[in-house]
Design a protein around this ligand. Structure first.
Ligand code: UD1
Ligand code: CA
Length: 471
């Protein structure tokens, strides 16, 4: 997008508790497909660039309720923060922002409610462009949904905006029947008016809050240019206030993402039950055979198959690898031609090199399985480095934790670890070594050595008292 947005700053109102969510968490941290609501709003603002050479416009988020949690969730410079310790309304939130931003020389502020995650950059760009073109003192986006619900009503007179009246304040006797046009909660304000108009906001209304929407009536009264930018019935602009609305928005987003990937050549067999996060990357030719959840920065390469009921978070899967049903992968990286699951659990730092297998009921944490290494059944590998072609028998456990510290296990290439061994870390097993089944290994096993660490079997006649009567 190359609209000239110089002298534009953006403010996201994100301090509210979201009372209607009935939750102890700040509303803007509620997730859609694994990403917090606020993430989507910030993403939509990112493509707004002042000029082709410059970066995105600067963005501040007003935070209040649960502010530490919001700061922690967005600590990679996605936004700067302004605090509104008491949440006295959207107008009060803007005033808090303006106290910090008035020293900067923005000509306009784009103000966006933080609970509008489905908003798209293109619409925002058109809106800002129109506000600039008409040199509006106050511009805001409007929509006309089938049900105006509790949203602010736009009052017009012969097409000219007069005011935004909040639903609970709306009196038909005074304003006439509502047209159904509502305020979307997205504003573009000429900063020249803020010093004068912000102090005029008051909280003498049914909510006892300072309403940002009152700026419209105040501007009209001063004959300033006010633009109500009509975005039709664009449901993507509806704010989210309740769990019902959150899930409805998530479903719109989910369908949008699944359809995009299908169109790009990803084979999604259960499109109604695939949940794919917005930052996930799927290569054409990847295949999802049933209900799956793919979140975060997961990436599935061409030819890889993810079977039903798998959940992948921040996990990379290379070409021609199979992730079998009911596997749970987080922060893992899986090479080409691997097999994972069914029922595998790969935790952060699990790395499988090409051709490796991690089979059923295998848990791997912070460990590398080298090329063609196999741990096919019932195993825990933690803090382990396992060389190429190693075979890990059923029931092998790396005892990596002594109750205080974690310790590493190293297994050289071509080693064979028999079933049901406990490898008590720190411990090293050399190349080509063989560890007998049932061993408890506490000391180094050198290359090409055989280690047996278990009580020797003894055999003797069965004592009389244990004998069973012959029938
Ligand atoms: C607001 C608008 C309404 C519009 C609707 C669109 C007002 C008074 N009303 O209503 O006209 O139709 O959005 O979705 O603005 N917030 C703060 N600090 C506060 C209060 C709120 O930062 O003190 C933030 C919230 O976190 C939220 C946003 O502002 O992200 C909007 O607040 P909310 O209470 O959801 O406003 P609505 O009642 O939905
Ligand atoms: Ca809202």
């Amino acid at each position: 997008m190359q609209t000239p947005f110089s002298d534009l700053g953006a403010v996201v109102l994100a301090a509210g508790k979201g009372t209607r969510m009935h939750s102890q968490h700040p509303k803007v941290l509620k997730t859609l497909l694994g990403e917090p609501m606020l993430h989507y709003v910030l993403q939509a603002l990112t493509p707004l660039v002042p000029s082709p050479e410059s970066g995105p416009i600067p963005v501040w988020s007003v935070i209040g309720f649960g502010m530490e949690r919001v700061r922690r969730a967005f600590n990679r410079g996605e936004t700067q923060f302004i605090e509104q310790p008491e949440q006295l309304g959207t107008g009060h939130a803007l005033a808090a922002a303006w106290r910090e931003l008035s020293r900067k020389s923005f000509k306009r502020l784009l103000v966006v409610n933080g609970d509008t995650p489905l908003i798209e950059s293109a619409v925002l760009g058109d809106f800002v462009a129109a506000a600039i073109e008409q040199n509006a003192a106050v511009a805001f986006m409007t929509i006309t949904p089938p049900d105006p619900g509790a949203f602010g009503r736009v009052v017009r007179n012969n097409g000219e905006v007069r005011a935004i009246i909040e639903a609970k304040e709306y009196a038909e006797a005074e304003y006439g029947p509502s047209s159904g046009e509502i305020n979307a909660g997205i504003y573009c304000l000429d900063t020249a008016i803020l010093d004068e108009l912000l102090p005029l906001l008051n909280n003498k209304n049914k909510s006892g809050e300072y309403y940002i929407t009152d700026l419209v009536g105040l501007a009209v009264a001063r004959n300033l240019t006010v633009l109500g930018f009509e975005a039709g019935s664009n449901m993507n602009l509806l704010g989210i206030n309740s769990p019902v609305e959150l899930i409805a928005a998530e479903e719109i987003l989910r369908k949008r993402i699944v359809r995009d990937w299908l169109e790009k050549g990803v084979l999604i067999h259960a499109p109604d039950a695939a949940r794919i996060g917005p930052a996930v990357i799927l290569e054409p030719g990847a295949e999802l055979t049933g209900p799956v959840e793919l979140y975060g920065t997961s990436r599935i390469a061409s030819g890889a198959v993810v079977d039903s009921h798998c959940r992948l978070q921040d996990t990379e899967v290379e070409a021609d690898t199979a992730i079998r049903s009911f596997s749970h992968l987080e922060g893992a990286s899986i090479g080409e031609n691997c097999v994972v699951g069914p029922f595998a659990r790969l935790r952060p730092g699990a790395r499988l090199e090409a051709g490796a297998h991690a089979g059923s009921f295998v848990e791997i944490k912070k460990s590398r399985l080298g090329q063609n290494a196999k741990a096919n059944h019932l195993t825990y590998l933690g803090d382990a480095d396992i060389g190429a072609n190693v075979n890990i028998g059923a029931g092998v456990i790396t005892c990596n934790y002594d109750g205080v510290n974690k310790h590493p296990t190293t297994i050289g290439k071509n080693a064979f670890i028999g079933s049901n061994c406990s490898l008590v870390a720190p411990v090293t097993i050399g190349d080509n070594a063989l560890v007998g089944a049932g061993s408890v290994i506490t000391h180094t096993v050198g290359a090409d050595e055989l280690a047996l660490g278990r009580a020797r079997q003894t055999v003797m006649p069965l004592p009389e008292r244990h004998r069973r009567k012959k029938k």
